[in-house]
Design a protein around this ligand. Structure first.
Ligand SMILES: [Zn+2]
Length: 161
């Protein structure tokens, strides 16, 4: 065998087998939605507001899977680019609307604070705020949010303004 033959360029037929998979596949609507959902959920957590991740996930997942099943029944396969055109993405803000939730419980949020008594550290618990438990009226899922006294004060001020 000649050396140049050994290091030859792959033929077109051979190239076909090496088509890179990563980077060529387009993200499906469901995958995109799932990512947006995580971001939105974090946004609400930071704002100390309830957001129903469970409903937001299952509403769309159910719709998406139903359509995919329809396509399989009709055509025997799922064309995701077509599927994505027929399924509408829900409005994520709907899952964080205040009227969706009710406050079911408020309890003390305690924190361990060490103090030094004659050279020894003693831990005692100090209340730093409250835990407010919300219930989603649709799926009855619970979400507990810790609110500090400082935040409670701000909240009270807003109500009186
Ligand atoms: Zn829910």
């Amino acid at each position: 065998m000649e050396p140049q033959e050994f290091f030859r360029q792959p033929t077109d037929t051979e190239k076909k087998d090496f088509t890179p998979i990563i980077g060529t596949r387009v993200e499906t609507k469901w995958e995109k939605y799932r990512k947006e959902l995580i971001v939105k959920d974090q946004e609400y957590t930071e704002k100390k507001k309830p957001f129903c991740f469970r409903c937001a996930r299952s509403d769309f997942k159910k719709k998406y899977d139903d359509k995919a099943r329809d396509l399989i029944e009709k055509k025997g396969y799922v064309d995701y680019s077509k599927l994505d055109k027929t399924v509408e993405t829900p409005e994520l803000e709907d899952y964080g609307k205040p009227e969706r939730f009710e406050v079911v419980k408020e309890s003390k949020a305690m924190e361990d604070v060490p103090t030094f008594v004659s050279g020894r550290s003693v831990h005692h618990k100090v209340q730093t705020g409250i835990h407010r438990d919300y219930k989603c009226k649709v799926c009855e899922g619970l979400r507990s949010i810790m609110i500090t006294f400082e935040e409670l004060e701000k909240e009270a001020k807003k109500k009186w303004m």
